[in-house]
Design a protein around this ligand. Sequence first.
Ligand code: NAD
Length: 291
Amino acid sequence: MEIQAIGIVGAGQMGNGIAHVMALAGYDVLMTDVSADALQNAVAQITKNMDRQVSRNKITAADQAKALGRIKTTQTLIDLGPSDLIIEAATERETVKQAIFEDLLPHLKPQTILTSNTSSISITRLASRTDRPEKFMGFHFMNPVPVMQLVELIRGIATDAETFDACKTVVDRLGKTAASAEDFPAFIVNRILMPMINEAVYTLYEGVGNVQSIDSSMKLGANHPMGPLELADFIGLDTCLAIMNVLHDGLADTKYRPCPLLTKYVEAGWLGRKTQRGFYDYRGDAPVPTR
Ligand code: NAD
């Protein structure tokens, strides 16, 4: 099936990045969100990020104008009915995602492919609640989407080869690289990355180091481009906690126990960059460690 119209649900940091790369690759994008502000911010963010690409000669001003012209927004979920491919990138909560697919299903064409950008939730379980588990899979972009090369493609137990191939063709057209992952909690990247971030939070919690020393140690000692706490702020601490909970529940191993300090930050609403405060405070000119 030829994919041309892409419906994106959730216009947060991932949704806007996905819209950005899809529109530049020539797809027609319709993006929806429950929040009008999120939609407005997403378009502003995409414009700003494309401005940067133009100034660095990565794309031309004409590419930008064409791509921005391909992005439409709506607050009405069912407007996404005519899409060929749905990419759900709403908040990492299973009930939220299930409700989105449930509301959308009656309005879709029978051949529309459903995907979720979830970082950790079972694709098989999300798929099983739809009328087309064979046309459902995980389409997992990395943050920031315009910059990161990898897309994890995750087959649920019922996903058919045609659906996988159609999604792989989209990844190829984006100029990105697909990695195929089996449907187990958090797939490949987050199965490895999140326990490391969680361990960094334990290291902070137990006073082994402070925010600054932990991040510099991993940057200078392990050659990571960002420290784990800086990276956690970038990802969103609520998303990190949600992924650790999925690993803990899904694999039933205490080694995935979320650090109580991570829970505390989330309870405080200190979710990282998106709320201007997490392991660092971003409200001033330069980020200041909060511990
Ligand atoms: P975010 O908080 O920036 O954005 C989520 C958006 O979903 C918000 O704008 C919210 O208003 C919207 N939303 C919530 N309920 C909705 C509904 N019922 N209908 C439509 N929109 C709804 O989160 P994010 O970081 O963009 O993450 C989105 C998804 O992408 C999550 O599943 C997350 O696990 C996954 N993901 C995140 C990252 C990351 O680094 N942040 C990386 C890969 C994948």
